[in-house]
Design a protein around this ligand. Structure first.
Ligand SMILES: NC(=O)c1ccc[n+]([C@@H]2O[C@H](COP(=O)([O-])OP(=O)(O)OC[C@H]3O[C@@H](n4cnc5c(N)ncnc54)[C@H](OP(=O)(O)O)[C@@H]3O)[C@@H](O)[C@H]2O)c1
Length: 271
């Protein structure tokens, strides 16, 4: 059986590593990238324990040359690219916008938006050549609505949604789906850092939500896996250009035909 290939940016830990392991379990060869080698090496071992190949590339997605390197490595060392998961993400400054550090604000856009654009820019010509492929863009908290105290993160994720919609339009009829996904609140290094390091900048509601999240962990690995597998094995590209949320999995499974043009446009899919 010919194995498929997936690139997962930021696949060294958190949600990215969970997605990488789910795909490995389902016979995908994997390419992961992130900025720190020790975490990449550890993740590579975990992914390879599912009997597939895993290539770990040290790369910063906010750097275009690095993105080209990741894609070229995947094409050279594995056969083609079937799936790109733009998962690498950065929380950025937390607190009132006018108190945010401007360099940190820009860095958030560079990683979350430009990283997603650069990777898609490099992968799409290849997918177009073989007339198939899927791109999943991690959106979420603050992407579809204003999220006070997280302006850089929210703006970057909203821009990812508009990029997803735009690519969805540009790729119509091409058998390539670009889908924005909201994985649901999950206890990872990202959320832990907000709670531990930014406590003083948080409002009561956000603080309580994070304290709760630490207790229950948020979206489980099983639920995330079911969600990702459903989206990538769904025959039609009815979700292309839309934002879908992990907690709406049961509902989205019931959608038999095309989703209306206004659904899931800069907001979740409506039913
Ligand atoms: N956790 C949640 O509740 C939640 C909810 C909704 C959406 N999301 C989204 O889900 C994605 C994963 O989040 P997470 O919670 O798993 O975060 P995480 O635990 O902080 O992991 C982030 C991953 O991205 C990598 N990364 C960060 N900056 C990078 C860069 N410039 N270049 C390459 N890799 C980079 C990190 O590795 P290095 O730091 O070593 O580079 C790490 O592998 C993000 O896009 C996030 O916005 C998360």
């Amino acid at each position: 059986m010919k194995l498929k290939t997936a690139i997962i940016t930021g696949g060294s830990k958190g949600i990215g590593l969970r997605i990488a392991k789910s795909l490995a379990k389902n016979k995908y060869n994997i390419v992961i990238c992130s900025r720190h080698l020790p975490a990449l090496k550890k993740a590579k071992k975990e992914i390879e324990s599912f009997g597939v190949k895993c290539i770990a590339v040290k790369a910063d997605v906010s750097n275009y040359t690095d993105c080209k390197k990741v894609v070229q490595t995947a094409l050279k060392k594995l056969s083609g690219i079937d799936l790109l998961v733009n998962n690498a993400g950065y929380q950025g400054p937390v607190g009132k916008s006018w108190k945010n550090n401007t360099s940190n604000w820009k860095k958030t856009i560079d990683i979350n938006l430009l990283g997603t654009f650069y990777m898609s820019h490099e992968v799409l010509p290849h997918m177009l050549k073989k007339n198939s492929g899927i791109i999943l863009n991690l959106s979420g908290g603050g992407g579809a609505y204003a999220r006070p105290l997280f302006s850089a993160y929210g703006c970057s994720k909203t821009a990812v949604l508009r990029l997803t919609e735009t690519l969805g339009e540009e790729l119509k009829g091409k058998n390539i789906s670009v889908i924005a996904i909201a994985p649901g609140a999950t206890w990872t290094e990202m959320t832990e850092t907000v709670l531990r390091k930014n406590k003083k900048s948080l409002d009561k509601k956000t603080l309580n939500e994070l304290i709760e999240l630490e207790k229950y962990g948020g979206t489980s690995s099983n639920k995330l896996e079911e969600f990702i597998l459903y989206l990538i094995t769904s025959k039609s590209n009815k979700f292309s250009g839309k934002l879908v949320h992990v907690n709406e999995l049961t509902k989205i499974k019931q959608i038999k035909s095309k989703i209306g043009p206004e659904s899931g446009v800069l907001r979740r899919v409506n039913y």
